[in-house]
Design a protein around this ligand. Sequence first.
Ligand code: NAP
Length: 328
Amino acid sequence: MAATRNLMRAVRVFEFGGPEVLKIQSDVVIPVPKENQVLIKVHACGVNPVEAYIRSGTYARKPTLPYTPGSDVAGVIEGVGEHVTAFKKGDRVFTIGTISGGYADYAVAAANKVFPLSDKLDFKQGAAVAIPYFTAYRALFQKGHAKAGESVLVHGASGGVGIATCQIARACGLKVLGTAGTEEGMNIVLRNGAHQVFNHREANYIDKIKEYTKMEGVDIIIEMLSNINLAADLQLLSCGGRVMVVGCRGPIEINPRDTMTKESSIIGVSLFLATEEMHECAAALLDGIEAGWLNPIVGPEYPLEQVAKAHEDIIHGSGARGKMVLLL
Ligand code: NAP
């Protein structure tokens, strides 16, 4: 929607709570970029589970109220601060963080959190790159030290981070196993790099994975729901294997002895803690876009007006089939 003078639509959160606290306002002043910032006309913005955790007020990190959620914007540069030389008005870009919030017609971002968006990707795909692929890369390589020839189980492979992990791991020479909760999700996982897929809603699927990996086990597990799966994951690992805790929504009981028998590791992953290492991620991923193996799969799409439904679904929906995006 075109902005009226210097006003725009934006989602505003004035209090923490359920999805209903996401309020759409159409008279928000378009922010002005400072020296090292850019102003982006937003075409699409990724919806990530963490944005629902933060909105609920139960997450460790809490923004100052009121705020506009949204990190993964794709759009076109509208203006740049006086010190910005890397971008100019009209450039297609995507971001891994915004200052003013991405669920809005326009967003201001620090120039060092902005990347060129290849013509190979549309805006919806651009909004599906940053948090999913940067997290996947960090989990696999920066924290998991994955190597070509190793095997990886992407436990929860049908969503944003899962598909990203499958594509990266396959392109880098790993043997890729994935799980999804529906037939459609399983097919998407197979089409995006997995050699083999399992249904995590089937009662005996852990036995099927054990049968498939025989005595060897899997070298790395990228875990999207640790509070459900961590104890079983420890049974699936190879000697020296590691579980990367990417997603977790509560506590779980495990037997630490299960790590002794294989000298296995449980390693936390936090994209939020990546600073300088972002450059390495960006270099690898921008190259993947150009080479063609990085091809984001867009799942459910919501107009801005349905932002509350999007937040409801990102937590309570099932049957992921790619990355959820908001369309502006
Ligand atoms: P998403 O798009 O909503 O995908 C969720 C995935 O979890 C789907 O593949 C879903 O499969 C799967 N799942 C559902 N039940 C499962 C089960 N019992 N076992 C294994 N997987 C199951 O979310 P996302 O953006 O990919 O994020 C995934 C998780 O990573 C979230 O918890 C998110 O908060 C976290 N995350 C962490 C970081 C970090 O820095 N640590 C960064 C980004 C994301 P079906 O729908 O097919 O059942």
